[in-house]
Design a protein around this ligand. Sequence first.
Ligand SMILES: Nc1ncnc2c1ncn2[C@@H]1O[C@H](COP(=O)(O)OP(=O)(O)OP(=O)(O)O)[C@@H](O)[C@H]1O
Length: 306
Amino acid sequence: MPPVIEVRDLHKRYGDKVAVEDVSFTVQEGEVFGILGPNGAGKTTTVECVEGLRRQDRGEIKVLGLDPRHDRAELTRLLGVQLQAGLLPDRLQVAEALELYGSFYPRPADWRELMHGLGLADKAKTRYAKLSGGQKQRLSIALALVGSPRVAILDELTTGLDPQARRDTWELIEGVRARGVTIVLVTHFMEEAERLCDRLALIDAGRVVTVDTPAGLTERARVGQRIQFRPSRPLDDRLLTALPDVSAVTRRGELVIVDGSDNALNAVTTVLARNQIVAERLRVEQASLEDAFVQLTGKRLESGPR
Ligand SMILES: Nc1ncnc2c1ncn2[C@@H]1O[C@H](COP(=O)(O)OP(=O)(O)OP(=O)(O)O)[C@@H](O)[C@H]1O
């Protein structure tokens, strides 16, 4: 089966600023495909080109066999796109917005069901301007799904939602996926990516670092040991990075985080003892998707609220 989305060698600049340097990936029918990366990595620019909202400078995009640059009208009927905040008229009520957007599509979903599913039922008559940030966010998700799209593109799906609303949204997305809708999810929340995505493209500085399943990524980054501690005295990271058993040293506030082989703990404690440094609050951690990202890019992703 041909992929639902095919992006090849995408380049996009804004004036002198290169936003997307070289992005390629394919999305298969029915999968939840995540685009994960830090702020400014080029995620939104990439999906806006896929949606036909922006024109790339170079590279090819096909969505359901259509070229977003030329077939935008046709594509709009097949794609569900999450609206950016503030794009709806202030006076429009929730139910009106859903009914209106549904009417643009040949086979709209039951908007009342969506409104209930997203916890907006008691806001049906509330004007857009009076909604809280989280409610606006939920409405934007409902609007992306109201046309029963074959492909839904959700950018920062749960940003601004409280933990309960975030989990409810994840459940809703799982239900949408179960109906066979292909979903592209732009996120910088690890937990969200791990829970929802079948595959992920890690994007950093306008480039795809890698594409893999969440489990595959974590597996690849599986460090023998992750050691976390607070040094009792200032510590020069080079003492640790020089050790053959250590693959990476990062800092989180006053904590030092060391990734390395199964022998790393031995090596690190030996070096610390030799330098009269005590490892306070010492802990050995499990590797995660975030570790994979750090290993592959050398950067830490902003982590989402837990
Ligand atoms: N309209 C624009 N004009 C100029 N520069 C822009 C414009 N839109 C984005 N950029 C820049 O292009 C780069 C990529 O931005 P983009 O929004 O695609 O990244 P992102 O990964 O979606 O980030 P975020 O998570 O912060 O939304 C950033 O450096 C951004 O500042």
